[in-house]
Design a binder for this molecule. Sequence first.
Ligand code: SF4
Ligand code: SF4
Length: 337
Amino acid sequence: MVYLSESKSKKGLVFEIQKMSTEDGPGIRTTVFMKHCPLKCVWCHNPESIPKKPLLEWLSHKCIGCKTCVETCKQGALKFTEEGLLINREKCISCGECVEECPSTALHMFGKEWDLEDLFHEVDKDRVYYAKSGGGVTISGGEPTLQSEFVYEFLRKCKDNGINTALDTCGYARKEIYEKLLPYVDLILLDIKEIDSEKHKEFTGVSNEKILENAKWLAKYAQQHDKKLWIRTPLIPNYTATEENIEGIGKFIVNELDNIPERWDLLTFNNLCADKYERLDLEWDLAGVPLMKEKEILHLYEIAKKTGVKNVQWSGLTKSEKIDESSKLDNIKLPSC
Ligand code: SF4
Ligand code: SF4
């Protein structure tokens, strides 16, 4: 298995392929998550997506302590201690040899190179579900426009073969890239996370001017070219889940985007990724933050509706879920936004 090769022709670095997704556009979809992101949101639910190179994780509960991995690594990046396997991420070159040699699948690499044809074949397997449900393929991330050459070829291949496509973007890309990709996109999923530019920079690492300008351009493009546009906003306690922010984004959609977006999705915060941060040796500022209460979400939802946006939706876990959450986890998408 190739995790990272020298050749870059028609290969894309993908960190996950999620089948049967119902959260990334209409119908049943396959979502392809591309690696690398220009933003660094403090709440990111997919921290493995941010770096450009594949990331190794160690699953302690599967490890039998044989140390084959330590012997395999030519870079000397692995060391077995009393606390378990230590990964020196400066030395690791993501070759994946330790993953291949581990006898108990206790090592996993986030990120794998895919050939265009292989990736298309993979998503094409679920064509019957797309046809029956009005679904298709969503290309997400990370930020898919950072691998625009590969994404362009992939979207074109899907459209040439009659598969509905959606592009999930943070909006932080050059217009020329959108101009190239959008002829092969049916639905644009655009994140608007925070309306205040300074806060946006504090929360994500970049200011929002470019994103809001792109939002205006994308709305016009969608209207003129008969594409669909959905806006998505993550509701993060102490960050984006404020009355001021929701009202501000709602007014922006109505006044600056001429209410063109077909819908506005409010995606509630979840803390299911906390252990993933641990496995990747990363700190997460939101590790102890609880889920939002349903009444808090409904309050923001009502504010969103009052702004006049024509179709507001919300989804995700809440603190007051009455159903068994463990049965819901298999089906829930962790929004990366
Ligand atoms: S090769 Fe796998 S099972 Fe053996 S020590 Fe390394 S991680 Fe654990
Ligand atoms: S991926 Fe390669 S370089 Fe990194 S720890 Fe494993 S064997 Fe060593």
